[in-house]
Ligand binder design. Structure first.
Ligand SMILES: Cc1cc2nc3c(=O)[nH]c(=O)nc-3n(C[C@H](O)[C@H](O)[C@H](O)COP(=O)(O)OP(=O)(O)OC[C@H]3O[C@@H](n4cnc5c(N)ncnc54)[C@H](O)[C@@H]3O)c2cc1C
Length: 405
């Protein structure tokens, strides 16, 4: 490794050298085809780690490259010139890794971060439950202390990649005497433990990406408590903010318009590219994506300046969803039935279909559009908050989620 932990801003020579190093690596390894293939993403990540380019801004002691957020920005920027290789690792790296880094003990960081960074282990996020999605603080899965262990009972749902994961970052109720936001703790759970049952959910696009997960007396070692006991809500909120930044500013190294590119290809393919209405629609998506890129770059710049991700991350997440919905409408006008049915060997049409069908989930996953608007309203714009009648009531006295009187 030629770069060491930079004490100050990178010189332009060092930045250029690092950019070239990233470009060389990506030209050799980012060969495409891995968008929805976890095995290929893991292979790529292993090579990235071998080359000293994985976990760029994390300390070497914890498996990172010990470089700076500026190095990370340069890598992201160069990576945008190549096919996306690590989309499947967004939960492991965009959500679980920063939470491990922020709340883990040094012992936990040494134990779990190197394998996470190199994708030798895969991690998932276990928050949502039947009846506790938008209002995730209503969760009923409980963890009770028994000697050196916690005993976990309950159910999670929509757990992306649980069936491929080694570990989950899970939140569970640890004190029902406290109010619903207070008595929650966060744990690292080994998903191969006895008492953990993972059932895949089949999707409309033929995929099996997420799962229901049931816990029946599953045991978690006491030293897998992540962060402070009963402080899980604050940590979960931090993880959700990392999630919104990860989703909303994916590839935020520079300005890009991937949805516009797809639509332009479709319009050229069917000869509608000269139609003034189509051109108007193409420009609409182009402008929306350009604006989203700029918002994402601002969010990343704030992170680089040492700011923890705040509620502003919701803006990028919401923008992605609004664009996905508008993209679907325009794609269906341009490509018609081609967005729903296509020849098996037509990769471009399959990509379009994936985006069209997948657009429905973009306004739900990571918090719904309504919830992002609420966050922006009350925490960014300072508008009055929603009325909450259950804030000061002990959880055990509430009727939440699947509880029936
Ligand atoms: C593709 C995908 C992947 C996911 N992956 C994961 C994962 O890995 N881990 C995980 O824990 N969860 C995951 N989820 C779950 C996701 O976080 C929840 O689906 C989401 O938070 C919404 O919760 P819900 O489905 O229970 O809907 P509900 O909360 O029941 O919402 C139903 C409707 O009511 C609206 N609503 C609810 N409350 C309010 C309010 N206060 N104001 C205005 N409107 C409101 C919502 O916007 C929505 O339209 C995933 C979901 C999807 C679609």
């Amino acid at each position: 490794m030629t770069d060491t932990l930079a004490a100050g801003p990178l010189t332009s020579e060092a930045a250029d050298a690092f950019r070239e190093r990233c470009r060389d690596f990506l030209a050799a390894h980012a060969t495409g085809g891995a968008r929805r293939d976890l095995a290929a993403a893991r292979e790529f990540q292993a090579a990235l780690s071998e080359a000293g380019l994985a976990g760029l801004a994390y300390p070497t002691e914890f498996g990172g490259a010990g470089l700076t957020l500026e190095h990370e920005r340069i890598y992201r920027q160069v990576a945008q010139e190549f096919p996306a290789m690590t989309s499947e690792l967004v939960i492991s790296h965009g959500m679980c890794l920063p939470v491990l880094n922020e709340f883990g003990t040094d012992d936990q960081k040494r134990r779990f971060m190197p394998d996470n960074i190199a994708a030798r282990t895969i991690w998932c996020q276990m928050f949502s439950e039947p009846g506790a999605g938008s209002d995730v603080a209503s969760l009923q899965t409980k963890a009770e202390r028994d000697g050196d262990e916690w005993i976990l009972n309950g159910q999670k749902v929509w757990t992306t990649l649980a069936h491929e994961s080694d570990y989950g970052v899970i939140i569970a109720r640890t004190d029902p005497e406290q109010t619903k936001h207070a008595g929650i703790s966060m744990f690292i759970i080994d998903l191969r433990s006895p008492g953990v049952e993972i059932r895949p959910i089949h999707q409309i696009d033929g995929g099996r990406h997420f799962n229901e997960v049931f816990f029946s007396d599953a045991r978690i070692p006491a030293d897998h408590l992540l962060g402070e006991f009963n402080n899980g809500w604050r940590q979960a909120t931090a993880m959700l903010m990392y999630e919104r930044v990860a989703i909303g500013s994916m590839g935020a190294g520079s300005i890009s318009q991937p949805m516009y590119d797809l639509l332009l290809k479709a319009a050229r393919a069917n000869g509608s590219v000269d139609d003034p209405v189509v051109r108007d629609q193409l420009m609409e998506i182009y402008c929306m994506e350009t604006t989203k890129s700029l918002v994402a770059m601002r969010t990343r710049a704030e992170l680089k300046a040492g700011k923890a991700p705040g509620p502003g991350g919701s803006l990028g997440k919401l923008a992605g969803s609004v664009i996905a919905w508008r993209f679907r409408e325009i794609a269906m006008e341009i490509a018609g039935a081609g967005t729903q049915a296509w020849e098996p060997d037509d990769a471009a049409a399959a990509m379009m279909q994936q985006q069209v069908v997948g657009s429905f989930s973009s306004g739900i996953a990571g918090g719904t559009d309504e919830i992002q608007r609420n966050i922006i309203g009350d925490r960014v714009l300072g508008l009055p908050r929603d009325i909450a009648v259950d804030r000061n009531v002990p959880f055990k006295d509430l009727q939440v989620g699947t509880v029936r009187s």
